[in-house]
Design a protein around this ligand. Sequence first.
Ligand SMILES: Cc1cc2nc3c(=O)[nH]c(=O)nc-3n(C[C@H](O)[C@H](O)[C@H](O)COP(=O)(O)OP(=O)(O)OC[C@H]3O[C@@H](n4cnc5c(N)ncnc54)[C@H](O)[C@@H]3O)c2cc1C
Length: 457
Amino acid sequence: MRAMTQELHIVGGGMAGSEAAWQAANMGVKVVLHEMRPKVKTFAHQTGNLGEMVCSNSFRSDDHEQNAVGLLHWEMLQAGGLIMATAYDRRLPAGGALAVDREGFAQSVTDALRDHPNILISYEEIDTLPDDGQWIFATGPLTSPALGEAIQRETGSDRLAFFDAIAPIVYAESIDMSVAWRQSRYDKGETEEERKAYLNCPMTKEQYEAFIDALLAADKTEFHEGETAGYFDGCLPIEVMAERGRETLRHGPMKPIGLTNAHKPEEKAYAVVQLRRDNALGTLYNIVGFQTKMKYGAQASVFKMIPGLENASFARLGGIHRNTFLNSPTLLDDQMRLRSKPNIRFAGQVTGVEGYVESAAMGLISGRMAASEILGKTMPSVPQDSAHGALIHHITGGAEAKTFQPMNVNFGLFRPLEGLRGGRKGRRERYKGYTDRAKEVWSAWLAEQGVDGQAAE
Ligand SMILES: Cc1cc2nc3c(=O)[nH]c(=O)nc-3n(C[C@H](O)[C@H](O)[C@H](O)COP(=O)(O)OP(=O)(O)OC[C@H]3O[C@@H](n4cnc5c(N)ncnc54)[C@H](O)[C@@H]3O)c2cc1C
């Protein structure tokens, strides 16, 4: 395929590709966004929409002072990011997390890109790495097999795979509200709706023990030979957590703290299963942290042991998924270009970041980099002390290439701040120090490029 000069081709309209297209188009570059869905499907995506969330409907913590993901939210919003602006528009009550109505979110992202005068959407699969033109490949964890082979031919690296898992979704009407109650942990939230964002299902010690037994005994899908298991941390399968110790779940997604049973305030639950709203209508709830690789038949019977879910009907059961990512430290330069073919950039999860937010953030940067190159401008290097900079630095050089695995944004990727107290006691002050410093350098970096920044929440 021959690309026209001054046009940017972006392959994949997920979190990264959508954000990259938006950024480049807003900088005045003509963009062709190639998306294979709905013609070619993946086993996790359900629609032909751009920006579809394949698992949780949460962009995780929205705390931009104490949390690195929240800081990425802030930075993206300042940069006029489409994914974040749409997330705030489509926000659902979820305590301190930024959760969204997934269908409304993807529809709004699709509409914004379709209506942009500089963007053309082409629904087709791309299965080669072109020799000319400017390209960004943002094909994600489920990169189509044909393209995966083309990438392998070019890079010579083995493709790495690991499993991820989807949490089941329950129809709200099938939840027994004489057992479950509405409450966010520690009643967190600004409004009454926020404080009651979750549905809680309590368990006694006996019920918890029986549940753990059932989880351990359930039929599971086996790993394929040669595949290494390396789960997305926020999506660790529930039965794997149970295998790590009978109490693990009680200290993880099933922890009972900060919750009081509205039906029986005097009874302290031994464990609590939480469900979070999955759509704006409030008709669907996902079971928080219950990603699983149990077989479908086993899932239905095990989850119906949860008090309040005895008659649950499931809109979607959990599943297992593959992830495709490059060994970026060896393959990409600091402009996210393929060293062997610099007309090609990569962005998103395929570069070895992990998560919706991180993927969109890498799309934001690569879109700006490619647009600057096309426009003949020199983009100032992304400040390493920003959350975006910390991630890019990690994947394009900071990480150990031999043991490279996908990475979430976290304060461990940030350069240490001098003069601040270490350990748990100094944590709040340290995190505030990191986020203050990041905001300053990020705002300056945007200003250098003529971006004013918007008022972040
Ligand atoms: C099962 C599963 C569950 C996950 N759960 C979570 C979660 O709960 N939270 C979280 O933060 N992250 C989760 N992730 C990771 C998540 O997929 C990424 O964080 C995010 O979607 C990656 O964004 P992306 O733009 O890189 O890829 P995607 O959003 O997947 O977008 C890639 C796009 O490229 C298209 N495409 C692929 N190949 C081609 C081709 N050859 N030609 C044209 N188009 C192509 C695809 O159709 C897709 O639209 C999960 C991943 C999987 C697989």
